[in-house]
Write a protein that binds this ligand. Structure first.
Ligand code: ATP
Length: 365
């Protein structure tokens, strides 16, 4: 079952329903053996893209290419892709082994080959001892693993996953996420996954493509996207962020200074990304990049404020700190780093480095 996987490319993929554009000129490459996740809010076009890749939806314009070959006109059965959906879609009257064997029967494989492949697929998802059970005798996580085995058993060119974990409870979802990651490495196939769960996208994928209103807004490795969001939407959708508005007052080596009221904020920037003097800029600042400073502590940026609200989350605290120039700032502190017990109304000094925040573009309305 080991293989090198296939490369997928979308070229100007567009799907219109009447005057409504569900997918708007999406171009994207998925490398051989890569785990790519399409991430976006509800209605952003993720499933439509997956269905165009699978061949169930015909794009209005654009093309789907597999290893450079245009497969847009091919019907789903000629594409030979494996699919796993949110609802496991197992045949309830068939045993686990019969469910997994089904795609091989359709492909008219001989019994000996079929049995060997079913065994290997069940081994792969660690369900060897469950071959004779019926789906209703399995937990949700086990059922989803059977669905994975069934999708992989015929050695598909691509595995397409549509919200495969969203029907499971939180703990089971986390477990299956880990398993899916290991499985991906083991089979060395190209996986394309759809989710609206940002944590799942970050933890599972080699690369994430973020969609909004049918458009691809940014793609990249999870850490790159999280650390370098290009727009406010990406910063806000992928994790939590504070947004600081200000006007560029001064250029300094390696950065610039913005002012918001009397407060000056130092922002690091690459030389070729310097904004014009006097222009309005927007900075994204992650809550976990803000520290609570003691009186003697220094930082590139120091802002005074008062705790307006706080919550204890076990591993850490979340504070909402009201500041005169930037409004409410959300601060996330690991419990062991919290120098004080938070209380409402408490005056605090917030500090962050000039490299902690990133300039982002305000999305078009
Ligand atoms: P979700 O996370 O809710 O599944 P999604 O990002 O997968 O959302 P899609 O299912 O791809 O979104 O839908 C994108 C848009 O296209 C939605 O506004 C949806 O209503 C619309 N749409 C999808 N299928 C059709 C159809 N057959 N006819 C008309 N509009 C459609």
């Amino acid at each position: 079952m080991l293989g090198t996987g296939h490369a997928l490319a979308l070229r100007g993929l567009t799907k219109r329903y009447g005057s409504f554009t569900a997918v708007d000129s999406v171009s994207l490459k998925v490398e051989r053996g890569e785990f790519l996740t399409l991430l976006g809010p509800s209605g952003s076009g993720k499933t439509t893209i997956l269905m165009c890749i699978a061949g169930f939806v015909a794009p209005t314009e654009g093309a789907v290419l597999l290893d450079g070959q245009d497969i847009t006109p091919l019907p789903p059965e000629r594409r030979d892709f494996g699919m796993v959906f949110q609802g496991y879609a197992l045949f309830p009257h068939m045993t686990v082994a019969e469910n997994v064997a089904f795609p091989l029967r359709v492909r008219k494989l001989g019994a000996a080959d079929r049995d060997a492949k079913v065994r290997a697929a069940l081994d792969l998802v660690q369900l060897s001892g469950f071959a004779e059970r019926l789906p209703r005798q399995l937990s949700g996580g086990q059922q989803q693993r059977v669905a994975l085995a069934r999708a992989l058993v015929f050695d598909p060119a691509l595995l397409l996953l549509d919200e495969p974990l969203s029907a499971l409870d939180k703990k089971l979802r986390a477990e299956l996420q880990e398993e899916l990651k290991v499985l991906h490495r083991r089979v060395g196939r190209t996986f394309v996954n759809v989710t609206h769960d940002q944590e799942e996208a970050l933890s599972l994928s080699d690369r994430v493509a973020i969609l909004n209103h049918g458009k691809l807004v940014q793609e990249g490795a999870p850490a790159h996207l999280y650390e370098h969001p290009r727009t406010r939407f990406v910063a806000d959708f992928l994790g939590k962020s504070n947004f600081l508005h200000g006007e560029v007052r001064e250029s300094v080596p390696g950065g610039f200074v913005i002012g918001a009221g009397p407060t000056r904020i130092l922002q690091a920037v690459a030389e070729n990304h310097r904004p014009a003097h006097g222009s309005r800029v927007l900075l994204s600042l992650r809550p976990e990049k803000i520290a609570l400073l003691a009186e003697e502590d220094a930082a590139d940026n120091v802002v005074m404020g008062r705790i307006a609200a706080w919550s204890y989350l076990g591993a850490g605290y979340t504070l909402v700190v009201e500041t005169p120039d930037f409004g409410a700032l959300r601060v996330a502190l690991p419990t062991w780093q919290a120098p004080i017990a938070p209380s409402e109304g408490l005056a605090v000094r917030l500090g962050w480095s000039s490299t902690a925040s990133v300039p982002v573009v305000e999305d078009a309305a």
